[in-house]
Structure formats: C-alpha cells, structure tokens
Design a protein around this ligand. Structure first.
Ligand SMILES: Cc1cc2nc3c(=O)[nH]c(=O)nc-3n(C[C@H](O)[C@H](O)[C@H](O)COP(=O)(O)OP(=O)(O)OC[C@H]3O[C@@H](n4cnc5c(N)ncnc54)[C@H](O)[C@@H]3O)c2cc1C
Length: 420
C-alpha cells in the first residue's frame, strides 16, 4: 500500500505534489494508486527513492497519449507525471542542439527552435503535437516519421539524456557518468525502452536547419510496381527527404509519395524527376495520410499496431504478404511507412486471426536480420493469443541491463519484451 504521506514528505522540499489516483490515471487498463507530479529532477529522484524503498511499482507518464503501447505493466502503484518538468533548458542554435526537460511538449520545443529556422526532425504528426506529446514520451516510445529515411530515427537524433534510476540515482550520458552505468550509451538505451529502465528527466537532441522549400511527388499502382518505383527513387541521386508507401487494408493498389526539400528551384526540378520515376505527378502539399500511423483508432478496440521492418528489396514481399494474410485469415492490414523498409501495420480482425496474420507477416522476411515484426499496441485478447513481440535477439543482454539498472523491477515491470 502506497504511503502517500511519506511520498509527499519526500517531494515537499523540491516542489510538486502527490495525490490519490483517479480512474483517469489508469495505465493501459491497470489502475494506479497514487500520482506524483514533481517539479524538478531532484523531486523525481526524491520521490522515486521513497517509492522504491516502499516496494512500489512506478510508471512514468508524459501527456499519456501512448500508454497503451507495449504490454500492460504487471502492476502500477505510482504514476510519475513528468509534466511539471517542462523547461527548455538550452537551445544552442549555433551548434544545432536543444536540451529540454522530459515533460516539455514536443510542440513547444519545435516552436522555439522553429524561430531560428531549425527543426527536430522527428515528424510527429500535427494531432500528436496538439495532444501534448512530451519529449520523454517521444523518446521512450521511439517511433519515427517519414524523414527517418534521410535524418534517422529518434535514436539517431538524441545526443544525450539524464535519467533517474529506480533507487533515485541520477545518471547522464554525454556528461558526468555515474559509476554503475558507465559503459552504456544511456540515451540510446532509453530510446524505445517504454520507461522500463529509468525515468528520463532531460534529453539533448540534434537539430537540422529548416529547408526553405519542399514539394511532393506522388504515384500509385499495383503493389509490386509501387514498391519497385519507390525503390528506384530511394536509390536515385534525387536525395529525397522521405519516400513513403501507403497501402490501405484490402487493396491491391498502393500509393507512394516522395518529399524533396531544398531551395525553391532545386526542389521543383527534383520533384519533377521523382514524379517521372514514379509515373506520377508533382504536388505542393502532402497526401492526407502523410506522417500518420495507419489505423487511427486507439484503445482496446482499435486495430493492432505493429512495426514491420524489411530490407529495401523486401518491402515488395511485405506488401504481398499483407495481401496474402488478408485473404487467408480474413483480416484487414493497412501498411504505411518508409520505402526503405520501416513500416507500420494496422491489423483489424478477431484476436486469433490477427495473431495468425502477424505471424504470417513475420514469416515474410527470409531471416530476422532482414525483417522483423513487433507488435506495438494490441488488445489483451490479441496479446493473449500469441507472443506479441515474436522472436527477439539479445534478450539475455536486455535482461541483464534491466537487472543492473532496476534490480527490484520497480519500473513498469512486464511492459517490455521478455517480461522486462
Ligand atoms: C510519425 C509518428 C506518428 C505517430 N503516431 C502516433 C499515434 O497515432 N498514436 C500514438 O499513440 N503515438 C503515435 N506516435 C508516437 C508518439 O511519439 C507518442 O505517442 C508520444 O510521443 C508519446 O508522448 P506522451 O508524452 O504522450 O507519452 P506517454 O503516453 O505519457 O508515455 C509513453 C510511454 O513512455 C513512457 N514515458 C513517458 N515519459 C517518460 C519519461 N520521462 N521517462 C521514462 N519513460 C517515460 C511511459 O511510461 C509510456 O510507456 C507517433 C510517432 C511518430 C514519429
């Protein structure tokens, strides 16, 4: 039982508040008991130290828009609300670097760096930005958008992070390194870890200069054709910022959209060349689906969301496997993502059929090195129907890291692959 009085005492001198949880503080169907909202990294350390000493399980929460990603935690005693840590610590415009506290909304960060004609190229869609997605949540989810093709994923854009471990120890990468985490590239380790290793309190990111002009080239056609044409654009000299494929559920046709960025004149020329390769046309703005994950509905009744990776040449097989799985298992599979081979799949259907269809997609890659399918969000029924993560290499190493950083399993236990 959470001793709120002692949690509150731990936080008092650092600012912030502790309260009893309400139904709105549920984490993916798991009821929490208490919520702490510290106002500083010192407050996070103090409250985590006390919570862990009480044997409590803590789950970090930013804006709370993606708490249903990953498996539900086994238990939640304390929700650690990070939105009180909302300072933009430093914008080094000359160095193209920004440092922000974990609870700062990504939209606020983007607005500040945008004034210096710079951007954090994570490509969160407008709806996500408006939803208040935080820096810590974005990092912990580790999803990436269209310009991953040119600029890399969140993992490539993060330069450093400060984290509070379950016992209240603060650790940083890129600066002073605390003894027991020396040797790890902490920021990369925390990316996509769903808050299972520590609570991120601060992160530093690489920025890029905003380009003055952009244009899109789009085309559509049968699945194999589209995959081949998109591949041609990726491999061309046109240096596209993004090449995205969208294949709606049940369709034998897919659309491809290419983004080129640069100076006005160069963009016009490169977009025209891309349109020619696609057998399509140039358009000023993006297609409506650009940068959004497929299958918009969320929650327990929404589609199962999976991430499917493939080699450049394996994308065609993945598209074909989706069509095949739909026929075989009577499900719908919408696929969308970069033509270079990092796509999202939204699978709609009964739990058993969904699980079989995910397995079918997984089998499309000749080997795990050439493609993986990981379920990011699924209902309890779908998760119960099969091992949602699928085969994962390096699990022993991941477990060893968890044991080292969170030996008592006080942070979101069960959320990550292998029950981590
Ligand atoms: C192109 C693109 C499209 C996307 N579309 C969607 C979409 O449609 N739906 C969607 O849900 N997401 C989408 N995302 C993912 C998006 O990044 C996350 O939804 C969002 O950033 C989460 O922010 P949040 O503050 O709401 O996190 P929360 O929902 O609060 O937390 C998410 C996870 O991170 C953990 N966490 C949060 N803060 C911390 C912290 N400080 N330290 C440690 N762990 C922490 C939580 O415990 C939880 O496991 C998209 C991302 C991209 C790049």
């Amino acid at each position: 039982m959470a001793d709120l009085q002692r949690l509150g005492d731990a936080l008092r001198q650092h600012g912030g508040e502790v309260r009893e949880a309400s139904p709105g503080d549920t984490v993916d169907g798991v009821l929490a008991r208490a919520v702490a909202r510290p106002a500083s990294a010192e407050g996070v350390a103090a409250v985590l130290r006390e919570a862990t000493a009480q044997g409590l399980v803590t789950v970090a929460r930013g804006a709370g828009t993606a708490l249903d990603w990953g498996a539900p935690p086994e238990r939640v005693d304390l929700v650690l609300d990070t939105t009180g840590l909302d300072r933009l610590v430093e914008h080094g415009a000359g160095d193209l670097v920004v440092v922000a506290e974990a609870g700062l909304p990504v939209a606020a960060l983007s607005e500040t760096v945008g004034r210096a004609a710079q951007e954090l190229m994570v490509d969160l869609p407008p709806g996500r930005l408006a939803g208040g997605s935080t820096v810590g949540g974005m990092l912990s989810i580790g999803a990436s958008g269209p310009r991953r093709l040119q600029r890399g994923a969140v993992r490539d854009l993060v330069l450093g992070a400060t984290v509070v471990l379950a016992d209240g120890t603060r650790a940083s990468s890129g600066g002073k390194v605390v003894k027991n985490v020396a040797g790890y590239d902490l920021a990369k380790l925390l990316t996509g870890a769903y808050g299972t290793l520590g609570v991120v309190v601060r992160a530093a990111f690489r920025l890029h200069p905003a380009r003055p002009a952009r244009a899109f080239a789009t085309g559509s056609g049968p699945l194999a054709d589209v995959a081949a044409r998109a591949r041609d654009v990726v491999a061309s000299q046109l240096a596209p910022a993004a090449v995205e494929i969208d294949r709606p559920a049940g369709s034998d046709v897919a659309e491809v959209a290419v983004l080129v960025e640069g100076t006005t004149a160069a963009v016009r020329q490169r977009a025209a060349a891309a349109a020619e390769l696609l057998g399509g046309r140039v358009q000023a703005g993006p297609p409506s689906w650009w940068g959004e994950l497929p299958g918009a509905a969320v929650g327990q009744n929404g589609p199962t969301l999976a991430k499917a990776t493939a080699t450049l040449t394996g994308v065609a097989d993945l598209l074909a496997a989706a069509r095949d799985a739909e026929r075989r298992y009577d499900v719908g599979i919408a696929l969308r993502g970069t033509a270079a081979g990092a796509l999202h799949a939204a699978v709609t259907g009964p739990p058993e059929a969904t699980a079989l269809a995910v397995g079918h997609l997984r089998a499309a890659a000749p080997s795990p090195r050439e493609g993986t399918v990981t379920v990011l969000r699924a209902s309890r029924d779908v998760r119960a129907a099969h091992d949602a993560w699928g085969p994962v290499g390096g699990l022993d190493l991941m477990r060893a890291i968890k044991r080292q950083l969170d030996p008592g399993r006080n942070l979101a236990p069960g959320r990550f692959v292998g029950g981590i």
